[in-house]
Write a protein that binds this ligand. Structure first.
Ligand code: E4P
Length: 215
């Protein structure tokens, strides 16, 4: 399973990339806005840190401008993946740019039907948002199982990015279900490390060592 980092914070990307844990990065307009920095500059820094798919999102709503932005952004680096929202215009733009060899990550996917449309239009990745479904009392992870089953039935060249991850269990369940990728916010990445028995065990090892051999 691949781990992407869901952030536009270059320090956090570097921190986890140094541990070999980052296969790619996803950004969105909210994450870029949070950093308060120039969009293209941030993306250029990220591609220098991580040698893998880096998602940069279009901000247009009409297909013509989406295509224009997709072409501009994809010129930044060969690893750029264009994030396009799941709308009719988004599907049209995906169909156009995918034919030209631009990889698309179709975002804001909330149903299996939407994922199927995205894969058919040529999206290289689909991003179902599990946390936002949980937020409205739907079981987000059920959607991953459904999309996994659909993509496995056919020959789509399309990977599932589990997005809107809120906790470590989302990551574990995504792995159990065979999702290709989890895009993980830095705070959830941190939580993946934690187990109290690890801390207790390490403390005891250190104490026993110290009482036998000193500091
Ligand atoms: C990633 O592709 C998404 O933009 C992101 O995971 C959304 O997460 P959120 O629902 O926590 O904003």
């Amino acid at each position: 399973m691949k781990f992407f980092l869901d952030t536009a914070n270059v320090d956090k990307i570097r921190y986890f990339a140094d541990m070999g844990l980052v296969d790619g990065v996803t950004t969105n307009p909210s994450l870029i806005a949070k950093e308060g920095r120039d969009f293209k500059k941030v993306i250029k820094e990220i591609v220098e840190i991580v040698d893998g798919p880096i998602s940069a999102e279009v901000t247009a709503l009409d297909s013509d401008t989406m295509v224009k932005q997709a072409k501009e952004l994809s010129k930044i680096h060969k690893n750029i993946v264009i994030k396009i929202p799941m709308t009719k215009d988004g599907i049209k733009a995906t169909h156009i740019v995918a034919k030209e060899g631009i990889s698309v990550n179709m975002t804001l996917i909330f149903s299996a039907a939407q994922a199927l449309l995205a894969a058919k239009a040529g999206a290289r990745y689909v991003s179902p948002f599990v946390g936002r479904l949980d937020d409205i009392s739907h079981i987000g992870m059920d959607l991953i199982a459904s999309i996994r089953a659909i993509l496995d039935n056919y020959d789509f060249d399309c990977e599932i990015i589990v997005a809107s991850i809120r906790n470590p269990l989302h990551v574990v369940e995504a792995a159990e279900m065979g999702a290709d990728i989890a895009t993980i916010p830095p705070d959830v990445m941190d939580k993946l490390f934690n187990h109290p028995l690890t801390d207790i065990g390490l403390e005891k090892f250190m104490k026993d060592w110290e009482s036998a051999f000193g500091k």
